[in-house]
Design a protein around this ligand. Sequence first.
Ligand code: SAH
Length: 209
Amino acid sequence: MTSERTRERLIQRLREQGISNEKVLDTLRVTPRHIFLDEALAHRAYEDCALPIGFEQTLSQPYIVARMTELVLAHGSAEKVLEIGTGSGYQTAVLAQLVSKVYSVERIRPLQEKARRRLNLMQLRNVQLRYADGFAGWPSQSPFDVIISTAAPASIPQAFYEQLRVGGRLVTPVGESQQELQVVTRTEQGWQVNSIEPVRFVPLKAGVC
Ligand code: SAH
């Protein structure tokens, strides 16, 4: 089966699962997920499943990438986005095609280096990568319109709340053995939490390595 047909089949499956934002679907259709995987796994790139990227980390299932990207774009502008957990760089690449500027933090250096090469290959110039512990967010670039975390904290780090602009949104899995995807909106009065659905992410870990 040609790569084009397998990609189209994936987009069809995402639609069936309730993804309806056409911009998100178009972006997933044109983003070469296979270049974000090691060669041995590249043939599975357009299956709707999470895949290992080394260091006990995973590239999220396309459904989750699509769902979180829809939530990033859901209300108001998303010009300036902070991603916690660059990993393979795939979610970063998807975001970079839909928003003005993506800042992305990763704590595992070799993953960050591979992600940088792939993002360069795609000629995505509106991405800035940082090797650091994402628990601290990215203070010097804050505030952000949206913060998206692709690793799950047991509870939401204080920096995530503080680095959102008023009207901005945080999209993150939260929890340990039981996790849920949450959207936290910063209002003039405080922070409003919405639970989206149960999810399973790798944990947000402190420190760099
Ligand atoms: N968005 C990634 C998902 C990778 S899995 C992708 O599309 O491939 C989550 C990533 O979060 C891992 O790469 C992991 O190393 C990273 N991570 C976990 N804790 C972190 C922290 N405190 N700071 C920065 N990155 C972190």
